[in-house]
Design a protein around this ligand. Sequence first.
Ligand SMILES: Nc1ncnc2c1ncn2[C@@H]1O[C@H](COP(=O)(O)OP(=O)(O)OP(=O)(O)O)[C@@H](O)[C@H]1O
Length: 251
Amino acid sequence: MGNIPAVTTKIEVKNLTKRFGDLLVLDKINFTVAEGEFLSIVGPTGCGKTTFLNLLSTLMPSSEGNIFIDGDIADPTKHNLAFVFQEPTCLPWRTVRENVAFGMEVKNVSEAEKEERLNRIMDMVGLTDCANLYPNQVSASMIQRIAVARAFSVDPDLLLMDEPYGQLDVKLRYYLEDELVSLQNKLKSTVIFVTHNIEEAVYVADRILVLSNKPTNVRAEVVVDLPRPRNPMDPKFVEIREHVTELIRWW
Ligand SMILES: Nc1ncnc2c1ncn2[C@@H]1O[C@H](COP(=O)(O)OP(=O)(O)OP(=O)(O)O)[C@@H](O)[C@H]1O
C-alpha cells in the first residue's frame, strides 16, 4: 500500500466507428491510455491502422464515437497533438536546431521556454553536435531524431507515432527505440505507437493493443511487464511476441 502510483486516464476512445459508404472499417473501438503510458497498436494488414490514426489525430471525422483527452472531446484548437511519421520531414532551409524549434514556434511557446526546452531535448537525443548543420548534411537517423525531438518538445497531450523507424535497419532501430523510450520516460509523455512490427511493439510498449481484421475492433490488450532495456532474446520477451503473433494470425 502507498507505493502504487495513481493512474490518471489521459485518453479515452469510446465506440470509435468509421464507415466509408457501406464499408465498415472501424467498429466501436474502445480503450483508454494512462497519462505517461506508452501504448503500441498492432493489427493485421489492411485492418485500418491508417484510418485509425487519422481519426485519433482528428484529421478525419469519425462516423460515430469520440476521443476524449483529459475528459474533453479531442479538439486540435485546445489540445496539443504531435505526430511522427515513417517518412519524417524537415525544412531544408532551416538548421537542425531551427527544425526542432519549429514545433514550438507553431505552438507559440515563449522565447525563454523555447530555448530552455531546445537545449534539453537536443542534448537528450544527441543532436547538439549537429545543431547548426542543415538537413542535407545529416543522416536519415538524424532526420528521424529531429522529428522525434520536435514532437516531444511541444509537451504534447498525445504523441502519435506511425512506424517511425520502419525504414531503418534493425541495429539502428533498436538504438533509436532505446533513445525514444528513455525520452518518453523522462518527459512522461503519453504515446500511441502504431507498427506492423510485433517485435518492435514488444520492445517499446508498456501495453499492446491488438486489433482484429475488418470490421476492426480491439481483439486483445497485452501488458508488457518486462524490465528495460529489453532483450529480444529473453524467453519472456519471445513468449509475449509469439502470443501477440498468434492473436493476429488466428483472427
Ligand atoms: N477514403 C476512403 N474511402 C473509401 N475507403 C477507404 C478510404 N480510406 C480507407 N478506405 C478503406 O478502409 C480500409 C482500411 O484502410 P486503411 O488505409 O486505414 O488501412 P491500411 O492502412 O491498409 O492498414 P494497414 O496500415 O494495416 O495496412 C481499406 O479497406 C480501405 O480500402
